[in-house]
Design a protein around this ligand. Structure first.
Ligand code: NAD
Length: 373
């Protein structure tokens, strides 16, 4: 008889239990003609309306199966447009009954940032896999609570970091990983847009957003600095700038921050709600890579120091992202944007705010490989 080591036994046991936890969901999918996972979008604002729902019409491994909205007028409109059954339409109050709906496997939370934790935890308790939009939450403690709830319920968790499924970004990650141009020395990551709209929007209200530019676009800069070096930073120093305090009454307008990395590389990030920029630059001992634009909905554009122009066919980033997560659930492929990645980024966000509060003091970070896939 083949001997089984304690480690193999534990792994087998864990896999076995994991499969048991997910068994009803797997059966429900197998019974469906299209074998696609059903996704319910929570919050039908601009991102759900113009990006996620259209992307779900083209996905291979998942489809739009339900909606959760606080606006009754949207119910019928969406039901007609996307042919959604009445039983798969929820509001924020009856949302928890989604537990009984076998047609929905994944709940995708697309609400203002301070509402993410509550709805992700409720989704996990309902036994649904969870995608949480970025930023994952408004504090590290909330990220921990979401991760714990998903773990307890035996469901998978991912953050809506679409660029981890995007081909230009994946090529940058490959170059960094394979050290195509040698050791990385410096990364610059800028993500900003000029906000001139409604001064009462939730993004400018700290109670709903958790913060300003840093919580919104800054998360892209943090992400980009990390996948552009392949390492987590070991320290951060940060500065805040304000030129329109009458508009940005409650949230940060512009933030810059500097990172140190374990190999001595340095990073500089810029994020703002008062400038338009969307750029990544990594330089190595023997060359450099630039993406510009680097984090919009695409197509992105990229070039390298040896004259290569990166070129990939354009596909919806959101579609690729949701298909990647569905494959992770159904086929066990890697989770390219797990909850730990969202939590790590929130640790860095909190360290940046702390540095600003302490007049640019260097804040050490002890992240190890946390969130690096
Ligand atoms: P939005 O303002 O367009 O939509 C927000 C939705 O939340 C609306 O349907 C609104 O009715 C609902 N809502 C419920 N309670 C609310 C409240 N108290 N105040 C305001 N709205 C409330 O926002 P959005 O652009 O769709 O962003 C939603 C989430 O998606 C945010 O977390 C944002 O960071 C994220 N997002 C991610 C990307 C990305 O590229 N990954 C892009 C855009 C937005």
């Amino acid at each position: 008889m083949k001997k089984i080591s304690r480690r193999t036994f534990n792994t087998t046991l864990t896999l076995g239990l994991g499969m048991m936890v997910n068994a009803p969901k797997a059966c429900a999918v197998q019974k469906r003609a299209d074998k696609k996972l059903g996704i319910a979008l929570v919050g039908l604002g601009s991102y759900s309306t113009y990006q996620l729902a259209p992307a779900l019409q083209e996905t291979t491994h998942c489809r739009l199966a339900g909606i959760v909205t606080g606006t009754p007028e949207k119910e019928q409109k969406w039901a007609e447009k996307y042919n959604l059954p009445k039983e798969s339409i929820y509001n924020y109050d009856n949302f928890d009954t989604i537990a009984k709906n076998d047609d929905i496997d994944i709940v995708y939370v697309v609400l203002p940032n301070s509402m993410h934790a509550d709805f992700c935890i409720r989704a996990a308790k309902a036994g649904k896999h969870v995608i949480c939009e970025k930023p994952m939450a408004v504090s590290v403690a909330e990220c921990d609570a979401i991760i714990a709830a998903c773990k307890k319920a035996g469901v998978k968790l991912s953050v809506g970091y679409r660029l981890h499924s995007e081909p230009y970004t994946k090529e940058l990650m490959r170059i960094v990983k394979e050290k195509t141009y040698g050791e990385v020395r410096y990364v610059a990551a800028d993500a900003a847009y000029n906000s001139r709209g409604n001064p009462n929007q939730w993004r400018l209200d700290k109670a709903l957003s958790g913060g300003g530019a840093l919580m919104n676009m800054g998360v892209y800069s943090i992400q980009s600095a990390i996948y552009g070096t392949g390492m987590n930073p070991t320290s951060v120093t940060a500065q805040e700038f304000s030129t329109r305090p009458e508009y940005f009454k409650d949230t940060d307008e512009t933030i810059t921050a500097q990172f140190e990395f374990p190999n001595g590389a340095v990073g500089n990030i810029f994020t703002s709600h008062n400038a338009n920029i969307n750029r990544h630059f990594s330089t190595f001992d023997k060359g450099w890579v630039e993406l510009n634009p680097a984090n919009n909905y695409g197509p992105l554009s990229g070039r390298t120091s040896d004259g290569k122009v990166l070129e990939f066919p354009h596909q919806s980033q959101q579609g690729l992202q949701m298909d990647d997560f569905s494959k992770h659930i159904m086929q066990g492929t890697p989770n390219v944007a797990p909850g730990e990645m969202g939590k790590r980024d929130m640790i860095i966000v909190e360290a940046i705010y702390q540095s600003i509060k302490e007049d640019g003091k260097k804040i050490p970070l002890d992240l190890g490989m946390m969130g690096i896939v």
